[in-house]
Design a protein around this ligand. Structure first.
Ligand code: ADP
Ligand code: TRP
Length: 322
């Protein structure tokens, strides 16, 4: 199946992003799906106003995905803003998108409710998203729960286009990973950069240690049994350890053989074991941005070929000269 997903280039990637999104992409890549993954830099412009930050985040996200194992031979990785057909298609979709539909979109409603001044770009965010989805004609779109409504808007617009201009788009299905629980952060709430409770994948060794040692626990002293089911350290360890290791740690919690400090050290070791190769690769790619840019350029060429064909078909159907 052709699968497409976009990622906003903002902030450092954390364990929640890895287990909630990136691990799924790697699985799909290895299962032989046709994957299109792009960095949504036009979407990011709705919030990021500093050009250097935007440039750096785009590079970081691309380097992170490559370092974590996305294989550019198998996956088409590109920057949204390299696909010049998207804005024209967005305009065409704008002309069939009901205002009411967009007024009900969470992205717009939530930011407005929080008192942010809403730009026209923010209001139009779901239509841009519909364009970057539909232009590649994917069957499935993996997204977090928060993005489901946007994929539904893309389906509504595809359906409306089909009714007005004739069958053109298959309706893409949102793929919401159900089996992935919400990954807790260092305070036990959902790990999220907006809560500042993350364990970042690519921070320095010292930062990583500080984040892990800062995980909030109860104050039960070492020597007394600990409740692993209520422990934030264990909740994260569980994602990384083998079944035998998880079982062994459970026993130690029950018997009072470990204190929280020991458990944190074990977790830190596990994180290093799982991610050190990727952390090194990431540092190396950040030193060689040209290597990353070459991957993005190649990906854009491939995605653009598909986008050109879709846009030509769309232009013809709506009555623009092709
Ligand atoms: P953040 O909450 O840090 O801003 P994003 O909203 O940018 O993270 O999330 C990007 C992707 O990572 C989404 O697909 C989302 O489902 C996944 N993700 C983020 N945080 C978590 C988490 N704590 N648990 C599971 N998945 C997560
Ligand atoms: N809006 C998505 C997010 O914030 C990113 C995104 C943009 C996207 N275009 C997309 C996701 C198309 C899936 C498909 O996470």
């Amino acid at each position: 199946m052709r699968i497409l997903s976009g990622i906003q280039p903002s902030g450092n990637l954390h364990l929640g992003n890895y287990f909630g999104a990136i691990a799924q992409f790697l699985e799909k890549q290895n299962a032989g799906d046709e994957l299109f993954i792009f960095i949504a830099d036009w979407h990011a412009l709705t919030t990021v106003k500093n050009p250097a930050d935007l440039r750096r985040s785009v590079l970081e996200v691309a380097a992170a995905y490559l370092a974590l194992g996305l294989n550019p031979e198998k996956v088409t990785l590109y920057k949204q803003s390299d696909i010049k057909e998207i804005p024209e298609f967005t305009w065409i979709l704008n002309c069939i998108a009901p205002m009411g539909l967009l007024e009900r979109a969470h992205s717009f409603k939530d930011k407005k409710a929080k008192g942010f001044e809403a730009s026209v770009g923010l209001f139009d965010y779901p239509v841009l998203m519909a364009a970057d989805i539909l232009i590649v004609k994917p069957g499935g779109v993996p997204v977090g729960k928060d993005q489901k409504q946007h994929v539904e808007i893309a389906r509504d617009l595809a359906d409306k286009f089909n009714h007005l201009y004739g069958e053109t788009f298959e309706l893409p299905d949102p793929i919401i990973p159900t089996e992935v629980a919400t990954i807790p952060g260092v305070d036990g709430e959902k790990m999220s950069k907006s809560y500042k409770n993350t364990i970042d994948l690519f921070g320095s060794d010292a930062e990583l240690k500080k984040q892990v040692m800062g995980i909030v626990t109860s104050s039960t002293p070492k020597g007394e049994p600990l409740d692993y089911a209520k422990c934030n350290v264990f909740a994260i360890y569980k994602l990384l350890g083998s079944e035998t290791e998880i079982h062994a740690l459970k026993e130690k919690y029950r018997n009072g053989e470990v204190g929280y400090g020991d458990a944190k050290k074990m977790l830190l070791e596990k994180i290093h074991e799982k991610f050190d190769a990727a952390r090194e690769k990431f540092a190396q790619l950040m030193q060689n941005p040209k290597e990353v840019e070459a991957v993005l350029t190649k990906g854009a060429l491939k995605a653009r070929k598909i986008a050109e064909v879709t846009l030509a078909e769309v232009r013809k159907k709506v009555g623009l000269s092709s």
